[in-house]
Write a protein that binds this ligand. Sequence first.
Ligand code: NAD
Length: 447
Amino acid sequence: MQICVVGVGYVGLVTAGCLAEAGNNVVCVDNDSEKIARLRNGVIPIYEPGLTEMVKHNEKLGRLHFTTDLKYGLDNSLIIFLAVGTPSAEDGSADISAILSVASDIAENLSDYRIIATKSTVPVGTHKKVTDIIKSKTKTPFDYVSNPEFLKEGAAVEDFMRPDRIIIGTTNQEVQKIMKQLYSPFMRKRSRILFMDPASAEMTKYAANTMLATRISFMNEISVLCEKLGADIERVRWGLGSDSRIGSAFLFPGVGFGGSCFPKDIRSLIHTGTVNGVEMTIAKAVRQVNLNQQERFAKLVIDYFTGRDDQTTLAVWGLAFKAKTDDVRESPAIYCIKKFLDFGMKIRAYDPEAAQAATTALEGKTGIRHGRTSNRRIETFQNGYDALENADGLVIFTDWQEFRNPDFGLITAKLKKPVIFDGRNLYEPDVVKQAGIEYYSIGRAPV
Ligand code: NAD
């Protein structure tokens, strides 16, 4: 099939790569000309396991094209996917201006029948806004599909290739047939396509993200009580997750969720509730618990070092919002590091993929990228152990595999005072204690 993907970010590039891998011809359109130029030169702008090889392979075979020319994409495709960003506006609503602007550009350039499919996460009712804009500008026939994306960063290619479900939000049976054919390579064992109306498809995406975030916030709240009462949240997690009615996914306590989706989608759902006179009590609580959790973790570290005469230097492992991604949007690590810097601390950080993105996100904070390297308040390293050199403690924010079984002897030798603050509960407290390291984690007694 001939496909166009507008917006070549985490969702757009993965969608384009995977569809090309299935044999489709895909034109990728983005208004960021620098990004398109880099992609044409084989530079993949994001880290996502398996993505680089797949994109390069399909580009070489002529199945993937990169352009800033939307008209070229429209002229050469039957299905046009919208995968542009929908960030939070000031009032918490989703800013769908990029979606509406692309819809308007599509209308102005539409010369033949096309299917417009939205992958971006958009508030309920966006299908009508997009349809109205296009109809107001052109007589060329088109159909609209709400096709929300459920991939998760860090496993995006895998998720796209083996989706739990594909949601096709249209009641038009001809369009349903075409979309089913497009997705058939990804569901060879059994069909996992769910057809529904566009409003329900749009709502499903928000409900899914808020439900997942609810599980995390629930566990984080229970973890606070565990700390107070001497229970161990990890034992509680096992006990809870083994109930088949509950299941074990998304029950991990930690430093709070972040990323480009959960926080903004929850804010957007709360806003949608407000403008429609519905109090989103649970979504509000989920958000508040998450903010509290990040704050609590930052405070734990800061309180530990309060009152020292010397400037505190912290080693940090993990900067992105989770492992296996370089995405630092709304990362709890960035949130806490800003607090540490405000407190006057120095940071020596390591992340296998996100050092550059984190440095950019933290730029503007006092001392960052200013002066000679020795004067910088935040430095990044190529290796986790180099970041430990002469630091006063280690703070862990993400659960990269390489952090899970470290050389505790080396950690002890390199830190000035061996102490770990673990925002992901990566270790058994007894093991860390035996290595002579003081250990603070989430929902468990410090040792
Ligand atoms: P992103 O910021 O990584 O990518 C968005 C891309 O759109 C950028 O390359 C940007 O240059 C481009 N763009 C913006 N305006 C444009 C325009 N007018 N014309 C052409 N290109 C334009 O965003 P993302 O993380 O891929 O998310 C995209 C959407 O998918 C969002 O609605 C998000 O909520 C949703 N989503 C994201 C994920 C995820 O894990 N990142 C998962 C599921 C759904």
